[in-house]
Design a binder for this molecule. Structure first.
Ligand code: CP
Ligand code: NVA
Length: 305
């Protein structure tokens, strides 16, 4: 049976821990300049319906450094669901390539890719989730805190695709995860229920950012208007007043707290320049670790590890 990586919950807790160990091992090999090319002779199609810096560059660079060749297909090349049906694209790509990575709007489209492709499919973000980001984030936390279990993460902002992936991670690894968002911007209720019903983690959804961050090891935020919602930006800025991560909110944890953001950030909107540039900020470690976490995911789904 082929493996896909569409949701964090596609892997068990043990498999996630193995992936983190593999990411650390391969990161070490690359840093030491070892010649390690398990993807020699392989190709990966990367379909983008939305813009990207990190996802494109980290996948393309990572796959190349491990011996493979990645093809970038821009939003105009394929027009998923418009020029061609996802199930047809999935079967065509399967005839040429060994791996398919896609960043799409509609989550149903990535599910259809996975269902119809004969090759592993990796989700590079949809409107619903962003599992590669959260694998990179928990890997980054493991490096900084030397543990992942029971870490307290306070997410302040929109209950979006990033939050859905955190909630799915919390269904596999014990965490204390709180999301503080304005009323009406809560994460998907079914995903909150899935995380709670797994019975491993403490999950809180609140409208009070100050209460949410108390005792937090990590404060995490993301843009207030995601790709596909940019026309709502002005309205959202009004609704999200009081949800900016600033120095006062960082201090309100009552302990040493790290700041995380998946990037790109809108400086002065969801986070101040001061916090983004502070000692507490580990956003560029997160960005680098996209490549290392994804290398581990690609090795796993292709059966090369
Ligand atoms: N964090 C992230 O996925 O960045 P890009 O949108 O630039 O790929
Ligand atoms: N929530 C953001 C994440 C970008 C990496 C978006 O979907 O635009």
């Amino acid at each position: 049976m082929k493996r896909d990586f569409i949701h964090i919950t596609d892997f068990s807790g043990d498999e996630i821990r193995e992936l983190l160990a593999l990411a650390a091992e391969v990161k070490g090999r690359l840093k030491r300049g070892e010649d390690f090319r398990p993807f020699g002779g392989m190709t990966m199609a990367m379909i983008f319906a939305k813009p990207s810096a990190r996802t494109r560059v980290s996948f393309e660079t990572g796959f190349y450094r491990l011996g493979g060749h990645a093809l970038y297909l821009n939003p105009k090349d394929i027009e998923v669901g418009k020029r061609e049906a996802p199930k047809d694209i999935a079967r065509v790509i399967s005839r040429f390539n060994d791996l398919l990575m896609a960043r799409l709007f509609d989550h149903e489209h990535i599910l259809e890719f996975a269902r119809y492709a004969d090759i592993p499919v990796i989700n590079g973000l949809t409107d619903y989730n962003h599992p590669c980001q959260i694998m990179a984030d928990i890997f980054t936390i493991s490096e900084h805190l030397e543990r992942i279990e029971d870490v307290k993460i306070a997410y302040v902002g929109d209950g979006n695709n990033i939050v859905h992936s955190w909630l799915r991670l919390a269904a596999r690894i014990p965490l204390a995860f709180t999301c503080a968002c304005p009323p009406g911007y809560e994460p998907d209720a079914d995903t909150v229920a899935l995380a709670r019903e797994a019975g491993l983690s403490r999950i809180e959804i609140t409208h009070d950012p100050r209460a949410a961050v108390r005792d937090a090891d990590i404060i995490y935020t993301d843009v207030w208007a995601s790709m596909g919602q940019k026309h709502e930006f002005d309205e959202r800025v009004k609704r999200f007043q009081g949800f900016q991560v600033d120095a006062a909110l960082m201090a309100a944890t009552g302990k040493k707290t790290l700041f995380m953001h998946c990037l790109p950030a809108q400086r002065g909107v969801e986070v101040t320049d001061e916090v983004l540039e502070s000692e507490a900020s580990i956003v560029f470690d997160q960005a680098e670790n996209r490549m290392h976490a994804q290398n581990a995911i690609m090795l796993k789904v292709t059966g090369k590890a």
